[in-house]
Design a protein around this ligand. Structure first.
Ligand code: AMP
Length: 395
């Protein structure tokens, strides 16, 4: 039996058809420009198919995905009966959900209540579920939350130092994101350490980036907050910033509160500081060509990660493994090296040659003397979503 994993964004839909028992991926793809015109990229049977198809809404997008999976060049199944269930990536589960759940009316109504906390993401996720229910009637849908893994954080980590009533009345607290990835990577690290009572720090470094402190398999703190804006310097997000900068920028640039938050989300981070790109590869290239601002950008990015590693090592009272994952964490040896350099005093010692090895496998890149393991672990959020979906829906 197969699970269809859906990740619905405001104008996009990522999908993967997977066998959760073997982790075999049958097909993967992306619908983009939904509501504008419509583009589909579908990968299956070692082929990549690109199609321009009209997708006025997510409904047509899911219909096209089903059609492509069952007919023509990209066909991988004979009928939708081979799909056991649909697993949905959901960005915000608030305090309602600390694990994955089968979607029902109550779940949808709670997700609707959470829209103010994730105005861009939750509406798209809900739409994905409602349309999947229509197009694949009778098939169970499961919601897997980015926030759920962090629900184990103690109040001392998740509270902001604002009046308590704002937490009680408005849900102002740290929720954390990338939970599915932090769960997967810390669990892999636990297996590699072969240790139950483990202290692990996961650095998920992609276009969006966050760090998580994991003790004995449970998240105890993470760098993203009420929204995914807090923490590390990201592709276009500033990460941690003095809240005073907001009102100062609003006044100086005559921007509304929403415009200022957009500015910090979309125009800042690596893109804003470097003036080059949100893609780290282009900034590294500029740095190699002597661009000083690019060098400062990279130093800022690495220093911020280092700060979090040190502070989380303090909270964990030691660290068994530091893990790197996602686009930058898995591929950018320069960043891993810069982040780890100088941390030898904490027992973190990278091996230069092992760090340069390129691979899709989990790997250890610390020196033989290093007290702390340093791992590169390719993340697999889709596998976690498919597996949770399978476990919750198998007869
Ligand atoms: P993700 O969001 O996990 O897909 O990560 C995307 C980011 O990974 C891109 O924006 C790139 O900046 C970064 N990335 C991918 N490959 C490399 C690489 N070889 N070196 C540096 N950065 C990379």
């Amino acid at each position: 039996m197969l699970v269809l994993v859906l990740n619905a964004g405001s104008s996009s839909l990522k999908y993967q058809l997977m066998n959760p028992e073997t982790a075999e991926v049958k097909a993967t793809g992306l619908c983009e420009r939904i509501g504008i015109d419509g583009k589909l990229v579908h990968e299956a049977n070692d082929e990549k198919i690109k199609l321009d198809v009209t997708m006025p809404t997510h409904k047509e997008a899911i219909e096209i995905v089903i059609e492509t999976l069952t007919q023509g060049e990209g066909k991988v199944i004979d009928s939708i009966e081979e799909i056991q269930a649909i697993g949905h990536r959901v960005v915000h589960g608030g305090e309602y959900f600390n694990s994955s759940v089968i979607v029902n009316d109550d779940v949808i109504s709670k997700l609707k209540k959470l829209i103010p906390l994730a105005p861009l993401h939750n509406p798209a996720n809900i739409m994905g579920m409602e349309i999947a229910q229509q197009i694949l009637p009778g098939k169970p849908n499961v919601a897997v939350f980015d926030t759920a893994f962090h629900q184990t954080m103690p109040a001392s980590s998740y509270m902001y130092a604002v009046p308590y009533e704002d937490y009680k009345n408005h849900g102002v607290r740290k929720y954390g994101f990338h939970g599915t990835s932090h769960y997967y990577v810390s669990n892999e690290a636990k297996k590699m350490l072969n240790k139950e009572d483990s202290k692990v720090i996961v650095c998920h470094l992609g276009n969006g980036s966050s760090v998580c402190a994991v003790r004995d398999g449970k998240s105890i703190d993470t760098s993203m907050g009420l929204t995914p804006l807090e923490g590390l310097i990201m592709g276009t997000r500033s990460g941690d910033i003095d809240a005073g900068v907001l009102s100062y920028l609003m006044e100086k640039k005559d921007m509304s509160a929403q415009e200022t938050v957009n500015y910090l989300n979309k125009k800042s981070g690596l893109l804003g500081v470097s003036g080059i790109s949100s893609d780290l590869r282009e900034i590294i290239e500029a740095c190699e060509n002597g661009d000083e601002r690019a060098k400062t950008t990279i130093d800022m990015k690495c220093n911020r990660i280092k700060k979090y590693i040190c502070s989380y090592a303090g909270m964990l009272e030691g660290v068994d493994a530091v893990c790197f994952t996602a686009g930058i964490g898995e591929n950018a040896d320069l960043i891993r090296e810069k982040v780890c350099s100088g941390l030898e005093f904490m027992g973190i010692e990278i091996d230069e040659d092992k760090n340069k090895v390129r691979s899709d496998e989990n790997r250890e890149i610390n020196s033989d003397n290093s007290k702390t393991k340093i791992y590169v672990i390719p993340t697999n959020e889709e596998y976690v979503i498919a597996n949770d979906t399978y476990k919750l829906t198998k007869a």
